[in-house]
Design a protein around this ligand. Sequence first.
Ligand code: GUN
Length: 282
Amino acid sequence: MVVILDGKRLRNKILEGLKFEVECFDKKPSLAVILVGNDTASQIYVNSKKKTAEGLGIESKVYTYPDDVLEDTILEKIKELNEDSTVNAILVQLPLPEHINKQKVINAIAPEKDVDCFTLENTGKLFAGLEPNAYPCTPQGVLFLLDEYGINLDGKHVVVIGRSNLVGRPMGQMALMRNATVTICHSHTKNLESITKTADVLISAVGEVLIEDDMMKDDCVVIDVGISRGENGKIRGDVNFETVSKKVAYISPVPGGVGPMTIASLMVNTVKLYKEQIKRSL
Ligand code: GUN
């Protein structure tokens, strides 16, 4: 029988623990979010982050800017937030409009407030096998989910599909840090199936349906990070859940799998950065 990796349940458990922890703090932790443009998906994500934070007693301020905002305006806001000791965590929602230099903006965030692990200092630490100030939210959320179900990556073949800076690359690195043997596949990978068939854990982060039940072993753990909208308007993942869930040992659904874990992870990181900043200020 397949086990469904329930991200909603684990998110609720993590948030409950965090809420209790935050209640015990003298000062509220604070998360600042920068949102540029009117991408509907980004607006939905940001609203959800703000609502979740506030539900835990974390202060959350969203700074919204029009699509044609100057890069300098964003850089100035980040500088101001960096210098504001009441702000513990800063998140710049991606994607940013084309005219804005994403790397420059992200890298302007003070590394100790970089809640996404996007700055070069934190990514550098991550890829050097050192501890960043906070781990990237989605890969960390995937690991929380695997831990909850007692799935150990040591010595396992973890196949990641997708090489984005947001998910694929850090996911591969974090699995490697757990002593997995890691293969990262992408759009130029030849003979994808021959690789996925050897996966103990298959993590797909592509954004289109491409994982079918003949692509993996029976005892595979399938993690679906993909999110897209089907013709019927419904949210769906990269995995054909109908067929794959009948075959494998574990599977994360979409929605209700990795998505809720990303937000839980963001809250964990906000509290972590807050605690480290308090410690440093003592
Ligand atoms: N856009 C899509 N996912 C994310 C995320 O995890 N963090 C940020 N900052 N932007 C995103």
